[in-house]
Design a protein around this ligand. Sequence first.
Ligand SMILES: CCCCCCCCCCCCCCCC(=O)SCCNC(=O)CCNC(=O)[C@H](O)C(C)(C)COP(=O)(O)OP(=O)(O)OC[C@H]1O[C@@H](n2cnc3c(N)ncnc32)[C@H](O)[C@@H]1OP(=O)(O)O
Ligand SMILES: Cc1cc2nc3c(=O)[nH]c(=O)nc-3n(C[C@H](O)[C@H](O)[C@H](O)COP(=O)(O)OP(=O)(O)OC[C@H]3O[C@@H](n4cnc5c(N)ncnc54)[C@H](O)[C@@H]3O)c2cc1C
Length: 730
Amino acid sequence: MRNKPIANVNADLLKERKNCSFDIEELTNLIDGGKNQTARRREIENMLLKNMPFDIIPEECLSAKEKYENAVRKSVALNKIGVELVSQVTKAKELSDLTLTLRRVSDAYFREVTPFLLHLGMFIPTILGQCSDEQVAHWLPLAMQLKIIGTYAQTELGHGTFIRGLETTATYDERTEEFVLNSPTLSSSKWWAGGLGKTANHCIVVAQLYTKGECYGTHPFIVQIRDMDTHMPLKGLKVGEIGPRLGFQTADNGFLVFDNFRIPRDSLMMKHAKVLKDGTYVKIARHSKLTYGTMIFVRVLLVSEMAFNLSKAVTIAVRYSAVRRQSELKPNEPEPQVLDYLTQQHKLFISISTVYAFQFTSNWLMKTYHTVQANMKHGNTDALPELHALSSCLKAICTSDCSAAIEQCRFACGGHGYMISSNLPSLYAFTTATRTYEGDYTVLLLQTARFLVKTWEQVELGNAVTPMVAYLARHQNREAWDESPEGIIRAFEAIAAGVYQTESVRSVSFGQSDAIKDVMKQLSDLYLLYWSLERTGDLLTTLKSTLGSYDGRVYERLMEEALKSPLNQEPVNESFHNEPEPQVMDFVSQQHKLFIGIASYYSYSMTALWLWDILTKVTSELGVGKTDRLPESHGRAVFMSVFNSEMEKSVSSLSAPLQAVLRQLVELYLYYWTLEKRGDLLLVLQSTLGSYDGRVYERLMEEALKNPPNKEPVNESFHKYLKPFIQGKL
Ligand SMILES: CCCCCCCCCCCCCCCC(=O)SCCNC(=O)CCNC(=O)[C@H](O)C(C)(C)COP(=O)(O)OP(=O)(O)OC[C@H]1O[C@@H](n2cnc3c(N)ncnc32)[C@H](O)[C@@H]1OP(=O)(O)O
Ligand SMILES: Cc1cc2nc3c(=O)[nH]c(=O)nc-3n(C[C@H](O)[C@H](O)[C@H](O)COP(=O)(O)OP(=O)(O)OC[C@H]3O[C@@H](n4cnc5c(N)ncnc54)[C@H](O)[C@@H]3O)c2cc1C
């Protein structure tokens, strides 16, 4: 079916395909996991192609309301087939292959995401990971057959990262054997859960559990939020859509506020802890962080999600680059395909190798995840910290690299890449969110750093460590170890690259032809080479390390450094008496993100004035054709030198403190750009987050309430599609 010739294929594309050095079908089988899996995937795709309603008007041309309704219509149709297929499957492996195929094929129907994403991606996994056997038996069939539609509401207006700081309370009332849910403050409003705004009728709510006057920390509860027949929000809660976003337009992300909302005792998901009828709290888990399990699972999933999304983006960009012709290199000769430019290949080929790096690493990570889960079933949680560290850093790096690579793919498509119809903007909007959700990039890297530092301590003590981090022991007492967060991150990047190399070699070592092996080897080498070149600058850093000194006096140096700390200059810090929660502004990593923006603003303003003065002169002397191809480093140098000199001229009349601040900005700008190559500038604020009065949560809620979907309590797509679907009448 796939190999049937298609009429009217662009001649350049045909030519490129003919030049392919290997059998495409063979590579397809490798990616799918075998011939049978490829056949099965195609069978499902064909069935869906026959039965699924496609869009008549492109999604992007619809209003926000229409977009949502269209997404519900398509989700219902897709999941109707999905539920039927799932019901025919008996083996766990077949089920996981099927869900993966359905997930992949669903992208053919949604430019945006389905409002059921959280139901499939987090609600069902949380039932599996957090419910007692009895609860699984009750909830899982309902969820699998989509008799109920759920989401995962953990994040609040005031806290996303710091889960222990969540404010929603679930207080046990032993007289009625119920928990009472409350949102005591504005900042405790649940915020962000996908599908919550309009679609879900159930919700996993993460709340602080109180019983017999004691708080036992955050726990997950499964809560019905809408009437099953009318879909109206239940009494005692307020629920709505949070408002337009960069992407995720059709995911109806929502807010949820509780006012003495009562739920039965067994709404507490009781795999890891339970509350007895009399209110006694019983801890079951052997590890205190098992309630964070769904997040680990989704972080693992996201690695393959990134491989898939980047594979789509780079396929689009490579095909287009074969078709697109631009510029006259030799008079009277045809314009070359842009794919033939080395600079274009540089943009694209690293993305191709990154896709394979992510996919092989993802296969390996998923296997590791299942092994750790199997061990945990027998009570062994030893490997959990490493799994957490691994899934954290791989999630952080792959989501960040993926969105950056998709931007490169968009650049590679020139102006047309900016069209929504190219799908590159939507792919970018989807993937850039993954850098934030399920654990912010910086925060997750810091979790990994924490694990590595602890491992390093074990290495220092001569204790055995797991194979994944054994390289720390190999580097002991050698200059290669750099204990800074960047050094640690790089070390883990090296591991990711190592996994890729070993996994790709293993996967192609038997069965596959030499042609495929050659290509995979080239891609693997490209990935390693690219990152070693990207990080060359870092390799030149001096050590500045207490741990890596030549004489190995690690403990002495650690102690000397510790004694220098300003914190040790006073016996009791004032925060002992009154410790405020830190503002994220206090984190150095946050300042790093923000201050360069301020410095850049001044740099751009100064340089713009200077540039205006010399524009005419430069264009007449050099000619426009020559100036518009200045390499990036030259442009950057211009910004730096102009900023430096113009700022110096204009600050002399200012007061000393202001002069000092502005000079610091110049230094920061120069310093930053010697280390980094990216920056960001926000000129016009118009922002709920950046208002002068800092009333962030009030403004977010005010804007959400203005949101048109919140003007009607139940969207008409409930009556038209959702209700007949849930009740099996569609
Ligand atoms: C198949 C078809 C479906 C389709 C599929 C599609 C894809 C699927 C798309 C889904 C779409 C999702 C859409 C977004 C959905 C959200 O975004 S849901 C919300 C997600 N939220 C987050 O990820 C919040 C991030 N924050 C955190 O994870 C934690 O709070 C932090 C940052 C780890 C800190 O936690 P903490 O409790 O303050 O812990 P902390 O004091 O830092 O550490 C204490 C110890 O716990 C350990 N620890 C922390 N976390 C863990 C953990 N998870 N495990 C083990 N140990 C841990 C630490 O390592 C530390 O260990 P020690 O060093 O003491 O030994
Ligand atoms: C599209 C999308 C969908 C989402 N879906 C859901 C959902 O379905 N359910 C749900 O519960 N949540 C959801 N979320 C919320 C998401 O999980 C959180 O936004 C995410 O975990 C980040 O938390 P935050 O918003 O509190 O960021 P913050 O923690 O406030 O981050 C702000 C800045 O502070 C920095 N920072 C914070 N803490 C530290 C630290 N300790 N050290 C150094 N720097 C720090 C961060 O690096 C970041 O630069 C979604 C978010 C998005 C964007």
